[in-house]
Design a protein around this ligand. Sequence first.
Ligand code: AMP
Length: 468
Amino acid sequence: MSFDDLGLSEEVLRAVGDAGYTDPTPIQAKAIPHVLMGRDILGCAQTGTGKTASFTLPMIDILAAGRARARMPRTLILEPTRELAAQVAENFDTYGKYHKLSKALIIGGQSMDDQYKLIDRGVDVLIATPGRLIDLFDRGMLLLSDVKILVIDEADRMLDMGFMPDVERIVGLLPKMRQTLFFSATMPPEIRRLADAFLMNPKEITVAPPATPLEKIFQGIVTVTRKERGRGGGYPKFKREALRALLEKEDVRSALIFCNRKRDVDILYRSLQKHGFDAAALHGDMAQSARTETLGKFKAGEIKLVVCSDVAARGIDISDLSHVFNFDIPTHAEDYVHRIGRTGRAGREGRAFTLTTPEDDKYLHAIERLQGRKIEEIDAGLGKPGRAERAKQDDAKPERSSSRRRSGKRARDDNRDVKQSDNRDDKQDGRRNEKRGKNPDRAGKDEAVVGMGDHVPAFMLRPARAPG
Ligand code: AMP
């Protein structure tokens, strides 16, 4: 099927041609004709499948008829993170270049006044994260009663991040007669329930995950068995050592390095910088201007390594990564696939390495189960005993299993922490910082520890309390 068969206007087709696309991706071929007919869509598709264009291209044509009224946007796109919202806005610029559509990007960390001025002039498309949208609505700066098309993108991530109550409230403020396009990478029962509540007789479309076949990515694990003395269960120092060894061994052109916790992003990136690596950080507590600048430099090849959290990196469209490193193993096997799928794009070979500890075994097994194959254990050149050797030790000492169970529980508890803290990351999205009168540029700085070498005592990692 070609783009010409989808019912798009000549102007949109020209813009698509300018973007260099020759054929629609499966989600585009399946969704675009139905969106143009005004049907609701329930799309099960991940980032990387071309889903953004599957809703922006037909929306541009639908919006070409009609005009925006002051403070009453005609369409609303909800995104879980600022980066995704900014990417969708870029898509409107790229594909809408032969149309005269107005848009406003409503995200935390940027001036509310400027956003209000745009809305006040009347916008065709509002691309928003839920928190900032509600802030503006509650201040009476915006009316949602003229929204004809609603897009809920990355619904499963919105749920994970605790945004669903906000999303439900927003949907309740919209007209009942509207077209709704709902996308989610996964369809757990809670997402199904929400889809049933938000959609009317939707066309269901499921497409396979992005074209980066996992087979094209070399995957390795490096086991870190030594713990830091005096820090119950802490491996970070030795993980940093292993990561540095890997970075030196590998021919890294550009890499994302994932941590499970925001505070570890800061610590790791400072440590890498201290050791002379060209690294930057990306997490939900950074000011939007800093996030945008870092991304811009990374895309332009001016920074080689970006240390990030899942939330901040979710959906970032950076092709051509040579490597992905998991400084922490992801606790959801699907996140592992999302993370490593950022390398090995466009037919290139990608390389993905994960640092694991004995406590991580169950997460590693879950990832291997999901892929249906084992991940190769590699030697980062540190001479540590690997998984096979550990298994032998475990066989020899069955009594260790109870302590392993305990550490498993501790790991689970930690992970609950991770999830909650990551949820908080973007949920507060600068919003909380603004409310407290705290400069978002300073956010997260409590955790900066300077002059301690690699060893950072646990008490120094706790955020400082404000006096009084
Ligand atoms: P998305 O899944 O929307 O994040 O899109 C992933 C990437 O695919 C983006 O870089 C798009 O520019 C690109 N893309 C979208 N549609 C097409 C297409 N039909 N042909 C080639 N690339 C595309």
